[in-house]
Design a protein. Structure first.
Length: 112
């Protein structure tokens, strides 16, 4: 389902952006793009949560606990997938700070 929805969302983002690009200033276009990216990110997060609920993972033997510290705030994420655990941490950080402070390479993970 995720693979089918994401291209449609991306296409709608592109078409909407092109339609408004001619009449909007650069600042307005940037604000619109940032808003649309936030909406797409929320939708992707929602779809990932839905998949996690529906999926029975084969790899229950490994669990990844990842964390990051930015300006004294701790962000943690856990999943049977290392990538998903890192994504959870980065998304939590981005909700509080600018994206430039929330880099995936700054996340530390442990396997349990």
């Amino acid at each position: 389902m995720f693979k089918k929805v994401l291209p449609l969302l991306a296409l709608s983002l592109i078409l909407t952006t092109q339609a408004h690009a001619a009449s909007n200033s650069n600042d307005q276009r940037i604000r619109e793009l940032e808003y649309q990216i936030r909406l797409l990110t929320q939708r992707v997060d929602s779809l990932e949560r839905e998949l996690e609920r529906k999926h029975d993972y084969d790899r229950h033997d490994q669990m990844y606990q990842c964390q990051m510290s930015v300006f004294g705030s701790q962000y943690k994420g856990r999943s049977s997938s290392r990538g998903k655990a890192i994504t959870k941490v980065v998304n939590q950080c981005i909700s509080d700070h600018d994206e430039m402070f929330c880099r995936p390479d700054a996340v530390r993970c442990k396997t349990y």
